[in-house]
Design a protein around this ligand. Structure first.
Ligand code: T1G
Length: 697
């Protein structure tokens, strides 16, 4: 059956009321068959004059959640949504829309073009198009200003936030708020419209109040906050046109929308949207997760207290275990500070904060975890200490308890092997700050049971995190790739670039922070310890990347926490550390290097090519299930610019053949570091992309 032949819109006549129902699970997206169904229904009702009012509603978990994003980038199928909505607005029979769940994007635009809007308690409305590189493309930039004013239109369409029903009522975007089942509310809304309790009116006939100050402020905000993004500026341009005739404004909106549809940003952001959902598609998805209610966290340091905070915020009971009372106190103080931060940011109420702290118990005896469902070990990154803890946990934890390690690099199989229940051992790799960062790498050991993996993903969902499945290797997906491409940043500095030039070039590319600033933020001592841990295994032919960083650490400069690292941090000011420039000169001289200049583009190309090369090997080795899993790891855990869709989505904008050519060119300088992954060479020969691999090709 063709898409356009699906019946997803039905009409029921009840007295003088025509109930038009949309049913297109899972989120009633405005697929072509829905658009045609609404168009036909309204046309038929008007032609037959079979009703005095039309009420449009939807069934299922939500009203229309927007245009069908899967149709973007494909040949357009009529009717285009703007045309349908203009027809609806001109309908001789007034149309009332009843909204429940999440009325977003095109879904809200359908309601804006109708003649009255009734919300059902729990509703949230929004214009999230900028989050996928677009702008409202079916009248949102023209009709919201008419109904609620330019500031509301700017707020909703530039933030993409979901506005609760009560606030929407206050804004004038809803005419009434009801409770009940959508069909029942629809019928009542029809009766209220006929009785004149709900006034119907055409939005296009309302004038927009000019507000140049708000527009100017928005332009400045967007230039500051989203320097790389195209659609926010185009969105402001369209809203500015809403003070003129609506037909003109709709034309400007449409042009801006079509221009944004063609941008790589749109493709990157939509890849990110679907990618974050695709990573839940794992081999173990049919396994039943175990029940988790009580969690034990071992270690109250930065990671342990962050993990405990995240669990408390998700409603779990948490026992925090530390060896000593003072360390336990520090851990609990950090958790309390984290929760207070949530109250300050308006994410939590004081009552919620208190209820969460009431779910927290501190203990210095690991035996207190005998009844917990899940243990998460977050102690010092040393194998011996971890083995000791897992041996103890194996002795005291109940049957069926899940034993997890928050290790960032170490071998989960080796840790599991010290227990009698390796099938219950898994890696749950959180990212700092653990109560904020979205990513959770779920590391599956050779013997980890499918239901334990499924439990990891169920946990991620409850923690409102994005779980990505990773196999066991040093550093799993993210840190393994980071370990490789961060060497490029060091080589670029040794060969002639400055740390600041490298950071600036990558920030212009879209990274929130360049690698040297990230190192200073995370603490340079972490990398130093890793280099020391790996020194014995470093291949002789590998060019050492740590010379400059080691010297900085030997000075006791670990970054922000010591006031200096690659940069000096002084009362809010930050500037390059002049001592580092001297160290770099000395290390170049010691290695006999004559510095050369690098163009910013060359810096980005080398850095990204190194990232893509190791990411390809991670897919090749099966550590990541698909290329999109690598993309989601970097988008949600490593600050990769979201509009570029992730390292391997970005790689497809370059192409495998060009990447092979680049690596072969760079290999002339360092054949050990620059090696073409076999998978990449095969892709180049076959003309394949990473997206082909995502699709199973
Ligand atoms: N189109 C197609 N598929 C969609 C979709 C959409 N708009 N929204 C969700 N899905 C799929 C999703 O991929 C998943 O599929 C399933 O539905 C459940 O989603 C002209 C241009 C509505 C808040 O940006 O924010 O309108 O993985 O897992 O957590 O101006 O989905 O099961 O195969 O996210 O309950 C604007 C996007 C479009 C809203 C529900 N609308 N969706 O969240 O479920 S642009 C959006 C969401 C537009 C007009 C413009 C969320 C949700 P699968 P889910 P959820």
């Amino acid at each position: 059956m063709q898409d356009q032949d699906i019946i997803s819109v039905t009409t029921e006549i009840v007295g003088d009321i025509a109930l038009v129902c949309v049913d297109n699970p899972p989120v009633n997206a405005l697929s072509v068959h829905v658009r045609r169904g609404i168009q036909d229904a309204i046309a038929d009702i008007n032609a037959a004059a079979s009703a005095k009012v039309i009420v449009l509603y939807a069934v299922g978990r939500t009203f229309i959640a927007g245009a069908d994003i899967t149709e973007f980038g494909k040949p357009p199928m009529p009717p285009a949504l703007p045309d349908l909505l203009n027809e609806m607005e001109q309908s001789a029979t007034p149309v009332v829309c009843v909204l429940h769940g999440t009325a977003l994007g095109g879904g809200l635009e359908v309601a804006l073009a109708s003649h009255a809007r009734v919300g059902i308690k729990g509703l949230r409305i929004g214009l999230p198009e900028v989050l996928i590189g677009l702008l409202p493309g079916a009248g949102g930039t023209q009709r919201v200003p008419r109904l609620a004013g330019i500031p509301v239109a700017l707020d909703m369409s530039l933030s993409g936030r979901q506005v609760p029903a009560q606030e929407a009522l206050g804004m004038g975007l809803l005419d009434a708020l009801e409770e009940g089942d959508p069909r029942d509310v629809a019928l009542k809304a029809g009766q209220d419209a006929l009785a004149g309790k709900i006034k119907t009116r055409r939005t296009d006939l309302i004038e927009t109040q000019p507000d140049d100050a708000a527009l100017e402020e928005a332009r400045k905000m967007v230039a500051r906050k989203f320097p790389n993004l195209v659609s926010p500026q185009r969105c402001i341009e369209a809203i500015a046109a809403s003070t003129g005739p609506i037909a003109e404004g709709l034309k400007i909106e449409r042009k801006a929308f079509m221009d944004c549809l063609d941008t790589p940003q749109r493709a990157g952001l939509i890849h990110a949207f679907f990618g974050e959902r695709a990573v839940a598609n794992i081999p173990e998805k049919k396994a039943a997760p175990r029940d988790i209610d009580a969690i034990g966290v071992i270690g109250g340091g930065t990671m342990g207290s962050g993990i405990a905070t995240s669990a408390l915020m998700a409603g779990f009971k948490v026992t925090l275990v530390e060896v000593k009372a003072d360390a336990l106190e520090r851990g609990i103080a950090t958790i309390t500070k984290n929760l207070d931060g949530g109250v300050k940011r308006g994410k939590l109420s004081l009552d919620q904060r208190d209820a969460m702290l009431a779910n927290l118990i501190g203990a210095t005896d690991i035996a207190s975890l005998s009844d917990a469902d899940l243990m998460i070990e977050a102690v010092f990154e040393q194998m011996e200490i971890k083995k000791e803890i897992f041996t103890k946990l194996d002795a005291i934890c109940k049957k069926g308890a899940i034993l997890a390690s928050n290790t960032s690099y170490l071998d989960i199989n080796e840790i599991a092997a010290v227990t009698s229940r390796p099938e219950d051992v898994i890696g749950l790799h959180f990212f700092s700050p653990a109560h904020i960062m979205k990513l959770l790498e779920i590391v599956v050991g050779d013997k980890t049971a499918p239901e334990v993996v499924a439990s990891g993903f169920a946990l991620a969902k409850r923690l409102k995190k994005i779980g990505v499945r990773a196999g066991v290797c040093d550093g799993f997906i993210g840190n393994r790739i980071l370990g490789h491409y961060s060497k490029t940043a060091a080589y670029l500095v040794l060969d002639g670039a400055t740390p600041q030039q490298v950071d600036d070039a990558l920030e212009a590319f879209g990274f929130a922070m360049g690698p040297h600033k990230v190192g200073d933020l995370a603490g340079l001592d972490i990398g130093w310890m890793t280099r020391k841990r790996k020194a014995a295994d470093r291949p002789a032919e590998e060019r050492y990347a740590g010379a400059v960083a080691d010297r900085i650490c030997e000075e006791g400069w670990f970054g922000r926490k010591t006031g200096r690292g690659y940069y000096v941090y002084d009362e809010g000011d930050m500037h390059p550390n002049p001592e580092v420039a001297k160290i770099i000169d000395e290390e170049r001289a010691a290695a006999g290097i004559t510095p050369r200049s690098f163009a910013d583009e060359d810096i980005v190309d080398r850095y990204m090519t190194a990232m893509i090369a190791e990411a390809t090997r991670v897919v090749e080795d099966g550590i990541a299930l698909r290329p999109v899993d690598v993309d989601v790891v970097f988008l949600s855990g490593y600050g990769f610019p979201r509009f570029r869709g992730g390292p391997l989505h970005y790689a497809d904008t370059i192409g495998a053949a060009e990447l092979v050519r680049r690596i072969e060119t760079y290999a002339k300088e360092d054949p050990h570091y620059w090696q073409v992954p076999a998978l990449l060479r095969k892709m180049a020969e076959a003309g394949k992309s990473f997206d082909d691999i995502n699709k199973g090709g």
